[in-house]
Design a protein around this ligand. Structure first.
Ligand code: UDP
Length: 473
């Protein structure tokens, strides 16, 4: 009996921890469920971060990785946006990516090349070697719809999107006010807009797009995407995919899990702004006082504040300064026993799956959202950057699994009283009960679609079989 050859997939995550983690999780599904092997080819703007290395080193042997040499980026303006840095880090890594393809194409059964939303500029390299390019998009179906309609919006919208008097209406999606669009949309003459448009316009060139969502979560947007034919690649909803088997690989912040063990069931609010989120110092102070006023137990992943940008820690979560120094005087002592602050990074997936956790104040990153969903934990929506404002609208108004605190319109700050009110409301009010029940419903649905015979596992299997067939031909 002959052994069928092992299919091998190349994956290229764009720079940033928040982009690496989702692709790793997708890779694990191919390895654990379908016995594929995977190699990560990782472009970056600098040396790998400690967090990246620790995650990559804990992977099973069927997942290999290789850091592409960081290309020079010192010609970029110092105030270049994250999207601009990512774009050049990726495009300037294409020659070394090509070298990797060259050396692997003869040794392995390369069946696919999978990138995330910033990797489409590498499609041509894969095509040169006859390897089909795919996208794994760790975002909502609404975000995908926005991306696919972006070239058309660019042609039809006159002036800045933020000045639009009518919201943008995409098939099956909630109306999106121009002001809530992802950051690169905001200033059309900025370089980041053009580069973003270039990257997103290449989505249609994919052989297929995997989406971390499922029909029960976003019925109308997914339906619209799948029925809109017009030459678009097939859409494969395979979610909710979240971190599996962290088996203590992340040592940072594990003491908070011990602390959680001692708290009552569902009593703790987890507060975190993802891999890159930072608050201004005024806002950070207000959040500290709001949490204290709410009387709720909490774990807060604290970063050093940044008054300039909301994604100040995007490329490295560890700031030079001790973030706890920026908390109000006496805050840690006053809240001892009731609140725990964790500097920079916490084992979020484990915290959310802990029985003592009962709510999540989140920046609405889609991965965080899925991690909350699979544990049935309702959200407080606090978007900061990227497509987070769009997610906040979907979560609050469409899916109805989140409460959202209001800004003071004049100062742009969410004040302590408002924070305390929303936190209390999540744990105690009727409104809080409703979002909790809805999240629980989605948790059950998510479990079902990933189970045997479920739509997400079926969709992945369909593509996996297609890839296997391509080898035998
Ligand atoms: N994360 C974590 N610990 C932290 C912050 C983030 O483990 O202290 C993980 C989180 O569990 C999620 C990812 O990093 O898997 C963040 O992804 P998301 O899409 O939510 O936000 P982004 O970082 O892309 O803004």
């Amino acid at each position: 009996e002959t052994q069928s050859p092992t299919p091998h997939v190349l994956m290229m995550p764009s720079p940033g921890m928040g982009h690496l983690i989702p692709l790793i999780e997708f890779a694990k599904r191919l390895v654990f469920l379908h016995r594929f092997t995977v190699t990560f080819l990782i472009p970056s703007g600098g040396p790998p971060s400690k967090a990246q290395v620790s995650v990559l080193n804990s992977l099973p042997s069927a997942i290999d990785h290789h850091f592409l040499p960081p290309p020079p980026l010192n010609d970029l303006p110092t105030q270049a946006k994250a999207e601009t840095i990512i774009y050049y880090a990726v495009t300037r890594s294409l020659p070394s990516l090509r070298d990797q393809f060259k050396s692997m194409v003869t040794q392995r059964n390369l069946v696919a090349f999978v990138v995330d939303q910033f990797g489409t500029v590498a499609f041509d390299v894969a095509r040169e070697f006859n390897v089909s390019p795919y996208i794994y998009l760790p975002c909502s179906a609404t975000t995908l719809s926005l991306i696919l309609h972006f070239p058309n919006l660019d042609e039809t919208v006159v002036g800045e999107y933020i000045d639009l008097t009518e919201p943008i209406r995409l098939p099956g999606c909630s109306p999106i006010p121009g002001t809530e669009l992802p950051d690169p949309f905001l200033v059309r003459k900025d370089d980041s807009y053009k580069l973003f448009l270039d990257t997103m316009s290449k989505f249609v060139l994919a052989e297929g797009i995997f989406l971390n969502s499922f029909p029960e979560l976003e019925p109308n947007p997914i339906n619209a995407l799948q029925s809109e034919k017009s030459g678009k690649p097939p859409i494969y909803p395979v979610g909710p995919l979240v971190k599996i088997d962290s088996n203590g690989s992340e040592e940072e912040g594990v003491e908070c899990l011990n602390w959680l063990d001692e708290q009552p069931h569902g009593s703790v609010l987890f507060v975190s702004f993802g891999s890159g989120g930072t608050l201004s110092s005024v806002q950070m102070n207000e959040l500290a006082m709001g949490l204290e006023m709410s009387g709720q137990k909490f774990i807060w992943v604290v970063r050093s504040p940044s008054d300039k940008e909301a994604n100040a820690s995007f490329f490295s979560v560890h700031s030079h300064n001790d973030p706890l120094k920026f908390l109000p005087e006496g805050f840690v002592e006053r809240n001892r026993g009731r609140g725990l602050v964790v500097p920079s990074w916490a084992p979020q997936a484990q915290i959310l799956s802990h029985g003592s956790t009962g709510g999540f104040l989140s920046h609405c990153g889609w991965n965080s959202t899925m991690e909350s969903l699979v544990n049935g934990i309702p959200l407080i929506a606090w978007p900061l950057y990227a497509e987070q404002k769009l997610n906040a609208i979907i979560l609050t108004e469409e899916i109805k699994v989140a409460l959202r605190p209001k800004k003071n319109e004049e100062s742009g700050i969410i004040e302590k009283e408002e924070i305390a009110r929303v936190v209390k409301s999540l744990f105690e009010s009727e409104e809080g009960k409703e979002v909790r029940a809805k999240m629980e419903e989605l948790r059950v649905a998510g479990e079902r679609v990933l189970g045997e015979g479920g739509s997400s596992s079926g969709t992945l299997l369909e593509v996996v079989q297609k890839w296997r067939n391509n080898i035998s031909r």
